[in-house]
Design a protein around this ligand. Structure first.
Ligand SMILES: C[S@@+](CC[C@H](N)C(=O)[O-])C[C@H]1O[C@@H](n2cnc3c(N)ncnc32)[C@H](O)[C@@H]1O
Length: 275
């Protein structure tokens, strides 16, 4: 993932819609998408090998089709005039989460937590993480996204799942995550490496403050900023092989997760040594 703003990004405003609904994109957008996907595909192939790398792309594509999403294509983040304090240098570009890994991680949490806690996807992009949250059984979900375009796409993407899960409350907040005040009560924070640096630091600070009143769990995929949580008193309670995903808990949560049996892909915090 890059953190640079891209000059071509304005051409993205209708890019995914055209692609998703008409199968056409402008040549400038096509070139950007092809380049982006070539880089992502190569990285996936190098990391996972040909079979698993291609398999992952197929999993993402078929997940989107099954649940009425159009969340496959990456997109650069841009400055929003409404958010003068937004630190674009901290922001990661949009890329949808691997739904299999996200679901496995969320399913590890106790069921009672999934029905009681508010699920917050910081940097929800086009809404794939929220879709996984709904499928994992959360009843109250909030997506926070700085980009107005992406939040609009997320709203559209979640229409099918809203109809299929009428009792579920989904809210989208278009704002810099730094300004977002989470609702009172237990939280499950979902992060697919949305931002780093001071932005992450401020969000973690707010979550640590929240954790003095209510339990906070953090499901962190591609956890580049793990140390920010550890520095604020969170504890790592589970990690997936290669540290591709972690679950962290605040001080108030330990009894709830104690005694959880770990799935076969999970190793305990003690056996994870690298960041
Ligand atoms: C890697 S994507 C995560 C996508 C989504 N969570 C998912 O799981 O599919 C990172 C997202 O974070 C958003 N983002 C970056 N900085 C942000 C900030 N300060 N406030 C809110 N959203 C931010 C980007 O616009 C992008 O959509």
């Amino acid at each position: 993932m890059t953190r640079k703003c891209h000059a071509n990004e304005a051409s993205w405003t209708h890019g995914e819609n055209s692609l998703g609904h008409m199968g056409i994109v402008s040549s400038r957008t096509s070139l950007w998408v092809i380049r982006k996907y070539a880089v992502l595909a190569l990285a996936a192939l190098r990391r996972e090998g040909v079979y698993n790398g291609l398999g992952q792309l197929v999993v993402q594509w078929s997940f989107d089709r099954r649940h009425g999403l159009s969340a496959f294509l990456p997109r650069e983040v841009r400055h929003e005039a409404s958010e003068p304090e937004f630190r674009i240098s901290d922001a990661m570009q949009y890329q949808g989460v691997d739904p299999r890994l996200a679901l496995e991680t969320l399913n590890w949490l106790p069921m009672e937590l999934r029905s009681n806690a508010t699920f917050v996807d910081y940097g929800c992009g086009k809404g794939r993480g929220l879709a996984v949250g709904i499928l994992a059984g959360f009843r109250q979900l909030i997506g926070v996204e700085v980009s107005r375009d992406l939040a609009t796409l997320a709203e559209r993407n979640l229409q099918t799942l809203r109809l299929r899960h009428p009792g579920v409350r989904i809210e989208l907040q278009t704002m810099d995550a730094v300004r977002f005040q989470p609702p009172e009560g237990p939280l499950v924070v979902f992060l697919y490496n949305p931002f780093v640096g001071l932005t992450l630091e401020r969000v973690v600070q707010r979550l640590a403050d929240h954790a003095t009143r209510s339990p906070v769990y953090v499901v962190y995929i591609n956890p580049r900023g793990r140390s920010a949580f550890l520095d604020h008193g969170f504890r790592q309670c589970a990690a997936w092989p290669g540290s591709q995903a972690l679950v962290l808990e605040s001080g108030l949560t330990s009894e709830v997760l104690q005694g959880r049996s770990l799935g076969p892909r999970i190793t305990t915090a003690r056996s994870v040594t690298s960041e």
